[in-house]
Design a protein around this ligand. Structure first.
Ligand code: DER
Length: 234
């Protein structure tokens, strides 16, 4: 795919604005973060920075290794200064995000929860007034495989919609996450929810590991446009 200017400019600005020498950085997952890693590698070279990068997925780990950045983890660095990550949809005003389109939501949320700051980078198309306006694939929910069916039934019974087991694109059968679990994508009916109530309900269902609802976690969201302009999402 060609360069996505709107993702790249936001991803670059996040690194230029927030990365300082000596920092512990959380590195998110997806396609936008690749641009941030590229920018970080460039700055490391130009400015002889020393930062430690904690990954949020096998993909992020591979990126850190490929760009010869210093690989860290939560054992050696349980306190992270700043995490930069993408999102599937960001609600203006609250900055609540739907994440997990790439299937990495659990480690992303863990790393984000250990970070002083969470900076979300995205193309402007992901900014919406209400979650679900553009992202139609539902809320990703990581579940223990053996509990999949009862969880599907509980969610649909409580809130309606459809909790769809995410199938692998390149392997017969369900997608298996980096943590060895399954993903349900809960496609919710068109009504506005109190997302914190939904999240709390989901988290209390035995077998649910994590949800792709990132509530009150985003400190700053930078969105880019096709002309390469970057704005702070409020
Ligand atoms: O899966 C995730 O949470 C990713 O961060 C994803 O939401 C963003 O992916 P993108 O940068 O490729 O759009």
């Amino acid at each position: 795919a060609g360069v996505d200017i709107s993702k790249m400019c936001a991803a670059h600005q996040a690194v230029d604005k927030h990365v300082k020498d000596g920092m512990i950085l959380g590195i998110g997952s997806g396609s936008t973060i690749v641009y941030s890693v590229q920018r970080l590698a460039q700055r490391m070279k130009d400015e002889n920075l020393s930062v430690v990068c904690v990954p949020t997925s096998y993909q992020a780990r591979q990126l850190i290794i490929d760009y010869k950045l210093t690989l860290g983890n939560l054992d050696t660095n349980p306190k992270i200064d700043c995490t930069i990550d993408g999102a599937d949809e960001i609600e203006t005003g609250t900055l609540t995000c739907i994440k997990g389109g790439g299937g990495c939501l659990t480690q992303e949320k863990i790393v984000a929860s250990c970070s002083e700051k969470l900076i979300i980078v995205a193309d402007g198309a992901k900014a919406v007034n209400h979650l679900g306006q553009k992202w139609k694939k539902g809320i990703p929910i990581e579940v223990i495989p053996m509990s999949c069916k009862p969880i599907q039934q509980k969610i649909e019974g409580k809130y309606g919609g459809e909790a769809i087991l995410r199938m692998s694109a390149d392997k017969a059968g369900p997608l298996v996450t980096d943590n060895g679990n399954f993903l349900l994508d809960w496609v919710f009916p068109e009504t506005k929810y109190c997302w914190s109530s939904v999240h709390n309900y989901l988290k209390l269902i035995p077998g649910v590991v994590e949800t792709g609802l990132f509530i009150d976690m985003t400190d700053e969201c930078l969105v880019g446009d096709l002309q390469g302009n970057v704005r702070l999402l409020k």
